[in-house]
Design a protein around this ligand. Structure first.
Ligand code: PGA
Length: 255
């Protein structure tokens, strides 16, 4: 089954409103007419509205980087799915490794956030991936299986059909140390197999699995050539309009 690629940016804690508007002024013309893939930028909360305004009419989607599972209430500092939806977003990242590493995110909270996003009609981009220690000790598949089962394995098939998975090996994030296409493909194939075991071949065949971890213009083409890699979740290289536009046009980059 043909899966439409998704090229997603994760700005992390970068860019003010002014910098956001400047980014899109440069970026929009560079990706005008690029309908071979979905283009998504996940920005910090304070610039979501400005980002949504500037991309109106372009087909570029805007997402948040986290959400809290309650709809409203006395939860100082948190932001809910209805708020993100009302800001004009269509997507939200869930369980990014930096949230797991620095902010106590667990598979149990990933599930709560995923359900809250789905209830609001947002598309959660659920991140999983092993640390360097886990890879070196041969635990990669066990870690991915647990994160998958405990994070999203209990969704209904309908709910599951509305999520995107991002495989991000923690050792490749922000390190310049990209997983080779072979390593990435192996993990993606394993994840798709888990999806097939749990939800059947149909859902597994349609599920988009993005790769994240030092994706750059010069490695995106070889990653995207892999059968089970359906897009990228791009941190550092999504901050520069020219670089991110090159990644959107992945087939034109050196292989
Ligand atoms: P990176 O980040 O592209 O800077 O490695 C990826 C991510 O954290 O999503």
């Amino acid at each position: 089954m043909a899966r439409k690629p998704v090229i997603a940016g994760n700005w992390k804690m970068f860019k003010t409103v002014e910098e956001t508007v400047r980014f899109f002024d440069e970026f929009k013309p560079l990706v005008a007419g690029a309908d071979h893939c979905e283009v998504l930028l996940c920005t910090p909360f304070p610039v979501l509205t400005a980002a949504v305004e500037t991309v109106r009419g372009t087909g570029i989607a805007i997402g948040a980087q986290n959400l809290y599972w309650e709809k409203q209430g006395a939860f100082t500092g948190e932001v809910s799915a209805p708020m993100i939806k009302a800001a004009g977003c269509s997507h939200v990242l869930v369980g990014h490794s930096e949230r797991r590493q620095y902010f106590g995110e667990t598979d149990a909270t990933v599930l709560k956030r995923t359900l809250a996003a789905l209830e609001e009609g947002l598309t959660p981009v659920v991140c999983i991936g092993e640390t360097l220690d886990e890879r070196e000790s041969g635990a990669t598949e066990a870690v991915l299986a647990t994160q998958f089962t405990d994070g999203v394995g209990s969704l209904t098939p309908d709910q599951f059909s509305r999520i995107i998975i991002a495989y991000e090996p923690v050792w490749a994030i922000g390190t310049g140390r990209t997983a080779t296409p072979e390593i990435a493909e192996e993990a993606h194939r394993f994840i798709r197999q888990k999806v097939a075991e749990k939800f059947g071949a149909g859902l597994a065949g349609g599920m988009r699995i993005l790769y994240g971890g030092s994706v750059k213009p010069d490695n995106v083409n070889s990653l995207m050539s892999c059968e089970n890699i359906d897009g990228g979740l791009v941190g550092g290289a999504s901050l520069k309009p020219e670089d991110f536009a090159k990644i959107v046009h992945f087939a034109d980059q050196p292989a």
